[in-house]
Design a protein around this ligand. Structure first.
Ligand code: HEM
Length: 433
């Protein structure tokens, strides 16, 4: 029998769940998720201030997160996909987009039937069969990146020199963006995803009000749009077989994509494709730098690498949440959910559920099975999951060949972000092989 009551959490906990700073501090947040999973696994998060965010259900249990992810007809991605759709942000997005609550229209903001039609346009691109054809290209990028690391050594910020530029370079090659434009793409995606973090949003200012953060994100979107409008014209005149050419020349239901949908497609691939993999790559390196024995073991036995990559993706969970809206009255984990209610699939909480992952905060390279939810599940499951794993494996193969030992050279720091997050600095000291 589903309970009708709404087990609301106290306002301080509610604010902690949506405060970007909590995701920079991480451990106390994991404590809170553990507590909620015990006390109210489907908890009503209402920080009491509608100007900050509309209230929603927070799911902290793996099984509930999985069920909601897989049921794409009861739980829709529309109308709001992430909680940084602050109330002001929503109003701003409507004004900006001509009525939609999404600043950008993309795969993650579509539901059936249009979602699958759009997803199919590029799906083949990201399948293992096609990725095998670009493996050598990715390896060359990994080798050049590790060479830059060695040249910059013996002490450096791994995020700045390796984990941020490497996946960016790979996804830009796949997309078909020229190398000289990559710094601009990096700034823009960091502004979009790290809007609340003073280092990533490029403002250098702490605790900006939500409306200013929204303006920064909107500025990044506008700049992306201007850039990709030019790229579309080029790829229509001269298709070059890359993902941008596929998008620029795509036809859905007999018509080319409109400008907004096309821009959204470029932006999701450009943005989703690198900050995420950067975060899991940096996390894998942190785990290995803290465990010299593990580094030596995998150096001697590369068959351990896929397990390390998978565990790093779980342990870091770079995409920290996505939201769903109930299409009808329903029930989750014994809690009654009303039509129109908003729900947060918190992948961080799900991937730290002790019912599924023993000692979840421990980095366990031998964890098996490791059915984490970091890539989501169901119709929206990450399009780039094979690419992310491949990129990480190739980079670490190269690092293990060329680096003898690594250790931490200072405290790492996480970014302030409720959505895509992870390490923003990882000071390392290393000895080349
Ligand atoms: C969607 C995580 C790398 C492209 C997603 C989702 C998650 C996610 C959680 C939403 C899933 C859901 O709603 O069920 C990650 C993580 C990555 C990563 C943790 C790295 C470790 C990539 C890469 C690409 C990519 C390399 C390459 C382009 C996408 C796209 C979507 C998506 C296009 C939207 C799919 C849809 O809505 O149909 N990702 N991602 N991601 N990801 Fe990734």
């Amino acid at each position: 029998m589903a309970t009708q009551e709404r087990p609301a959490v106290d306002p301080a906990t509610a604010r902690e769940v949506i405060d970007p700073q909590s995701y920079a501090d991480w451990d106390p947040l994991l404590d809170t998720f553990d507590r909620l999973r015990e006390e109210a696994p489907v908890a009503w998060i209402d920080s009491g201030d509608d100007a900050v965010h509309p209230p929603f259900w927070l799911l902290t249990r793996y099984d509930d997160a999985m069920r909601v992810s897989k049921d794409n007809s009861t739980f829709l991605n529309n109308p709001r996909t992430v909680v940084f759709s602050l109330t002001e942000g929503i109003e701003f997005a409507k004004a900006f987009s001509g009525g939609s609550e999404h600043m950008v229209a993309s795969l993650v903001t579509f539901d059936a039937p249009i979602h699958m039609k759009y997803r199919k346009l590029t799906q083949e691109w990201f399948m293992p069969k096609n990725l095998r054809t670009i493996e050598d290209e990715i390896r060359a990028i990994a080798q050049a990146t590790v060479q830059r690391m060695i040249d910059a050594g013996p002490e450096l910020d791994f995020c700045k020199i390796v984990s941020a530029p490497y996946p960016l370079h790979v996804v830009m090659q796949i997309l078909g963006v020229p190398e000289e434009d990559e710094p601009r793409m990096l700034t823009l995606t960091q502004q979009m995803f790290g809007g609340s973090d003073e280092d990533l949003n490029q403002s250098g200012m702490k605790d900006l009000p939500p409306e200013v953060i929204t303006q920064i994100v909107a500025g990044a979107v506008r700049d992306f749009e201007a850039y990709f409008a030019k790229l579309t014209a080029q790829k229509r005149a001269n298709p070059t077989g890359d993902v941008a050419s596929t998008i620029a020349n795509a036809v859905v239901d007999g018509a080319p994509l409109n400008d907004r949908d096309m821009m959204g497609y470029y932006i999701i691939v450009a943005a989703a494709g690198h900050d995420t993999t950067s975060a899991s790559t940096a996390g894998a390196m942190l785990a290995l730098a803290q465990d010299p024995e593990q580094w030596a073991k995998v150096k001697a036995d590369r068959s351990l690498l896929p397990g390390i990559v998978e565990e790093a993706i779980r342990w870091t969970t770079p995409v920290q949440h996505f939201m769903r809206t109930a299409a009808e009255d329903t029930e989750v984990g014994g809690q009654r959910i009303a039509k129109g209610d908003w729900l947060m699939i918190n992948y961080v909480a799900a991937n730290h559920d002790p019912a599924v992952f023993e000692q979840p905060r421990r980095f366990d390279a031998a964890r098996s099975p490791n059915r984490h939810l970091a890539f989501g599940a169901g119709a929206h499951q990450c399009l780039g999951l094979h690419l992310a794993r491949l990129e990480m494996r190739i980079l670490f193969e190269t690092l293990l060949d060329r680096i003898e030992t690594v250790e931490l050279a200072g405290p790492p720091a996480r970014s302030k972000s409720t959505f895509v997050g992870g390490l923003k600095t990882l000071p390392l000291r290393f000895i080349p092989a």
